[in-house]
Write a protein that binds this ligand. Structure first.
Ligand code: C2E
Ligand code: MG
Ligand code: MG
Ligand code: MG
Length: 292
């Protein structure tokens, strides 16, 4: 009966919650040794020009190869690393590895595009962050134009002034900053005006049902138009279908990223893709994945 069912749901919920917590404890513990044991890898996902599919950049996305659990999603372990403070050494490792990887691509003579690295707000606001960024560039011998950073609106949580100052300093170092997941947080449209960013990334949640949801389509169009008036480049995340590409081209979105074009992949694979796809002469209507 309904009462019994209610009890079952409650038990299930409690049990599940317990399991999730226990798992978090275990994972947090494993994170401690993961860096030392070389269990992390950076994958790279192409960011393409909307109208022709040409690769204009890469986003570095971390992967954890857990010895027993296999691949663990950053959506799971990045928040844990933030809770424990391990995001600081991990974030430093990510910056260095991304810079080294692009330096390697350059040294091997292939086509090179800028790589965007996700930066946790904790890492961003911490003293010494700019020095870490400069050291990563210097040690890899990488020109700053080839490194970009992605931050979310949460960098604004304790005041816009510091975020503005940091982004201006990065700009002075030659590094462009994108505002990631735009529209999902505590978005105030005035952030787009106040932050000295270069690019806005529209969150996948707006793109998913752009064809069927008039309200999401209106939000996307509004953000693109406003961002362009503020001289910002607009990237749409999570493109999975040709119709979404067509729609965003019509709305004058500049850059696109998503499984329709290419999934995140190891460095070697993305280097191969860059070499396979030199300057296209005609606009490309085909997904990159169809060419592999
Ligand atoms: P994000 O920065 O917004 O990254 C985009 C996410 O969307 C990635 O998930 C990517 O694999 C996924 N994605 C791209 N195209 C598609 C698509 O067409 N469909 C679907 N369903 N998903 C798509 P991922 O790699 O699991 O990363 C999740 C989040 O974890 C990232 O969101 C970012 O917030 C965080 N993250 C990942 N790598 C790093 C890192 O190196 N440092 C930090 N601080 N955070 C990271
Ligand atoms: Mg990102
Ligand atoms: Mg994003
Ligand atoms: Mg995201």
């Amino acid at each position: 009966d309904a009462k019994q069912e209610g009890r079952n749901i409650w038990n299930w919920y409690q049990c599940d919650r317990h399991r999730v917590t226990e798992e978090a404890v275990l994972l947090r513990h494993d994170l401690h040794t993961a860096l030392r044991h070389d269990q992390f890898e950076l994958y790279y996902q192409p960011i393409v020009e909307a109208v022709n599919g040409r690769i204009r950049g890469l986003e570095a996305l971390i992967r954890w190869h857990h010895p027993e659990r296999g691949m663990i999603s950053p959506g799971v372990f990045i928040p844990l690393a933030e809770q424990t403070g391990q995001i600081i050494p991990l974030g430093r490792w990510i910056l260095r590895r991304a810079c080294q990887d692009v330096a390697t691509m350059r040294a091997e003579g292939g086509r090179v595009v800028p790589v965007a690295v996700n930066i946790s707000s904790l890492q961003f606001r911490r003293d010494g962050f700019l020095a870490d960024v400069q050291a990563a560039l210097d040690d890899a011998g990488l020109p700053p134009e080839l490194l970009q950073l992605e931050v979310t609106e949460s960098v604004l949580l304790d005041g816009a002034e510091r975020a503005i100052e940091l982004i201006n300093q990065l700009k002075a170092m030659g590094i462009l900053v994108a505002l990631d997941d735009f529209g999902t947080g505590f978005s105030s449209l005035s952030y787009l005006r106040d932050l000295p960013i270069h690019k806005v990334k529209l969150d996948r949640s707006f793109i998913q049902d752009i064809a069927t949801s008039r309200s999401n389509a209106a939000i996307v169009q509004g953000i693109i138009t406003m961002a362009h008036h503020l001289d910002l480049v607009v990237v749409a995340e999570g493109i999975e279908e040709r119709e979404q590409q067509q729609d965003l081209i019509r709305r004058h979105c500049d850059l696109l990223q998503g499984f329709y074009f290419a999934k995140p992949m190891p460095r070697g694979a993305v280097m191969g893709l860059l070499d396979l796809l030199p300057e296209p002469v005609a606009p490309r209507a085909q997904p990159i994945s169809a060419l592999l």
